[in-house]
Design a binder for this molecule. Structure first.
Ligand SMILES: *[C@@H]1O[C@H](CO)[C@@H](O)[C@H](O)[C@H]1NC(C)=O
Ligand SMILES: *[C@@H]1O[C@H](CO)[C@@H](O)[C@H](O)[C@H]1NC(C)=O
Ligand SMILES: *[C@@H]1O[C@H](CO)[C@@H](O)[C@H](O)[C@H]1NC(C)=O
Ligand SMILES: *[C@@H]1O[C@H](CO)[C@@H](O)[C@H](O)[C@H]1NC(C)=O
Ligand SMILES: CC(=O)N[C@H]1CO[C@H](CO)[C@@H](O)[C@@H]1O
Length: 403
C-alpha cells in the first residue's frame, strides 16, 4: 500500500474528527436518519466504507494521539472483515439505526453493555454468555450485582442473526458489541471514533471478577480511580469515560440509598443540595422493600430489576439551567452544581485533580469532552481483546461453541 494512501486516510480521519467536533450537540446525527445504504450524510461514514482497507492500525491509533501501548489491541485491524464479510459494519449500523429510531434508549443500553464487557477480562463478549445451561444457581457475569439492569442482549442477538445469515461463522459477538456501541453513540449525537475489528469471543463468563471489579454507584473517588487505573485508565480518561452518563437513565435502584439511607445513616447524603434532593425524591420514591445491602439481597433472592424508573442527567440539570440535548456537557455541568445522580459521579468533585477536569469539560462548547471521549472509547474498545487463534467466534452470542 503506497504510504501516501495512508497519509490520506489519516487526513480523512482528522477531518472527520474535526467535523464531528464542530457539531457538539450532534444535531445532524440525531435528526437525520443515518441510512448507510443511501448517500451517507455523516462524515463518519467514510470510515466504514469498505473500500478503505487500512491494515495498519497504528496509523489510526497514532492519529488519535495514542503513544502508549493499548493492551493487546495492537493485533486488531481496521476493517478486519474486508474479505470475510465486507458488509458486516453496514449491517450492524443499519440495524442499530433502525432500533434507535424506535427506541432512543438503545444507545445508553449498548454503551453500558459494552463497558461491562470490556471492564471484565477485556472486550471478549463474556458479558453476553449464558453458560448456566438453565441452572439458576450457576453464576454468570451478566448477573453479577453491579451489572444489574444491563440491557440490549436481544439487540445484539438480532444483529448476530442477520450476520449469521449474511456470512455464517465470520463475525464475532465481541466485534458486534464494539461496533454497535459506537454506532449507538454516534446516533445519540456523540463523537465518531474508528473501531478496529478482529476480536474473538471468550469461552466463559467471569462472575467473580465482575462482582469485584466493576465500579459501583456508591464508590468513593479513591476506589473509582483505583478500579479504572487497574484497567489502564488515567484520571483524565476516567473522568471522560464517566461522561457516558450523559445519555440514558440512571435507575432509581442505584440512587435509593443516597436519597434515603446514605451509608446506613437512615438519612440522605448530606452533600446533596436540598432542592435537588427534593427533585430526586420525587422521581425516585423511597422503596421500603429494597434491601440496604444490595449484595446480600441479591444473593438471597436473585431478584431481577425490571424497573424503568430512573433519572437522567438532562433531568438533573433542567431545573437549574436549560441545557442542550443528548451528548454534550450537561453531565459535567450537573456535577459542578452539586447535582450528580450517583454518589460515584459527584465524587469527581471531591478531589482537586478530578474536579479540575470536570470544570474543563464543562467550560467549553463540548469539543474537549467529545475528543477525549472518542479517544477513551477507542482505548476501551481495544482492552485485553482476544485475537488470532485465541478465543472463538460464537454462533449464538449467549453460548460458547462446543459447550
Ligand atoms: C426503551 O424504550 C422503549 C420504547 O421507547 C421501551 O419500551 C423500553 O422499555 C425502554 N427501555 C428501557 C431500558 O428504558
Ligand atoms: C473509599 O472506599 C474504600 C472501600 O470501598 C475504603 O476502604 C476507603 O477508606 C474509602 N476512602 C475514603 C477516603 O473514604
Ligand atoms: C422496590 O424494590 C423491589 C425489590 O427490591 C422492586 O421489585 C421494585 O420494583 C422496587 N420499586 C421501586 C418503586 O423502585
Ligand atoms: C441462543 O441460545 C439461547 C440460549 O440457549 C436461546 O434461548 C436462543 O434462542 C438462541 N438464539 C438463536 C438465534 O438460536
Ligand atoms: C442482579 C441483577 O439484577 N442482575 C442483572 C444483570 O444483568 C442481567 C441481564 O439482563 C439481568 O437480567 C440481571 O437482572
Amino acid at each position: 500500500m503506497p504510504s501516501c494512501f495512508n497519509c490520506w486516510i489519516v487526513l480523512v480521519l482528522l477531518i472527520s474528527v474535526l467535523l464531528s467536533l464542530r457539531n457538539p450537540r450532534g444535531e445532524t446525527e440525531t435528526e437525520e436518519p443515518w441510512d448507510p445504504f443511501s448517500t451517507p450524510p455523516s462524515s463518519a461514514s467514510s470510515f466504514s466504507d469498505s473500500s478503505f482497507s487500512l491494515r495498519d492500525s497504528s496509523v489510526i491509533l497514532a492519529s488519535f494521539g495514542f503513544n502508549e501501548r493499548i493492551r493487546d489491541g495492537s493485533n486488531l485491524e481496521y476493517d478486519f472483515y474486508h474479505d470475510t464479510c465486507p458488509q458486516a459494519e453496514n449491517v450492524v449500523r443499519s440495524i442499530v439505526t433502525r432500533i434507535y429510531f424506535d427506541q432512543r434508549n438503545v444507545s445508553a443500553a449498548l454503551l453500558r453493555l459494552f463497558f461491562h464487557d470490556c471492564f471484565i477480562e477485556g472486550c471478549d463478549a463474556s458479558v453476553l454468555l449464558d453458560d448456566s445451561n438453565g441452572d439458576r444457581n450457576h453464576p454468570i457475569e451478566r448477573n453479577a450485582v453491579p451489572n444489574r439492569t444491563l440491557r440490549g442482549f436481544d439487540k445484539i442477538d438480532m444483529i448476530k442473526e442477520a450476520l449469521e445469515q449474511a456470512c455464517p461463522g465470520a463475525v464475532s459477538c465481541a466485534d458486534i458489541l464494539a461496533l454497535a456501541a459506537r454506532d449507538g453513540i454516534v446516533l445519540a449525537g456523540g463523537p465518531y471514533y474508528p473501531v478496529l475489528t478482529g476480536r474473538k469471543d471468550s469461552y466463559q463468563s467471569f462472575y467473580e471478577e465482575a462482582l469485584n471489579e466493576i465500579p459501583r454507584p456508591d464508590d468513593n473517588i479513591t476506589r473509582t480511580l483505583h478500579l479504572f487505573a487497574f484497567r489502564g485508565f488515567n484520571e483524565r480518561e476516567t473522568v471522560s469515560l464517566l461522561g457516558g452518563h450523559n445519555i440514558g437513565k440512571i435507575g432509581c435502584d442505584f440512587i435509593q440509598e443516597r436519597l434515603y439511607n446514605f451509608q446506613g445513616t437512615g438519612l440522605p447524603d448530606p452533600s446533596i443540595p436540598p432542592d435537588f434532593l427534593q427533585q430526586m425524591r420525587l422521581e425516585c420514591p423511597e422503596n421500603k422493600s429494597a434491601s440496604n445491602d444490595e449484595l446480600s439481597a441479591f444473593k438471597n433472592s436473585r431478584r431481577i430489576s425490571e424497573s424503568e424508573i430512573g433519572m437522567s442527567y438532562l433531568q438533573a440539570l433542567s431545573s437549574s439551567i436549560s441545557s442542550g440535548v443528548g451528548f454534550d456537557t450537561h453531565y459535567y455541568q450537573s456535577l459542578l452544581r452539586g447535582r450528580g445522580l450517583l454518589f460515584a459521579d459527584q465524587q469527581l468533585m471531591a478531589l482537586e485533580k478530578t474536579a479540575r477536569l470536570v470544570s474543563a469539560y464543562a467550560s467549553d462548547d463540548g469539543s474537549t469532552f467529545r475528543m477525549d471521549f472518542a479517544r477513551v472509547m477507542l482505548k476501551m474498545s481495544n482492552l485485553d481483546v482476544l485475537t488470532g487463534l485465541q478465543g472463538q467466534v460464537r454462533l449464538n452470542c449467549s453460548l460458547p461453541v462446543g459447550a
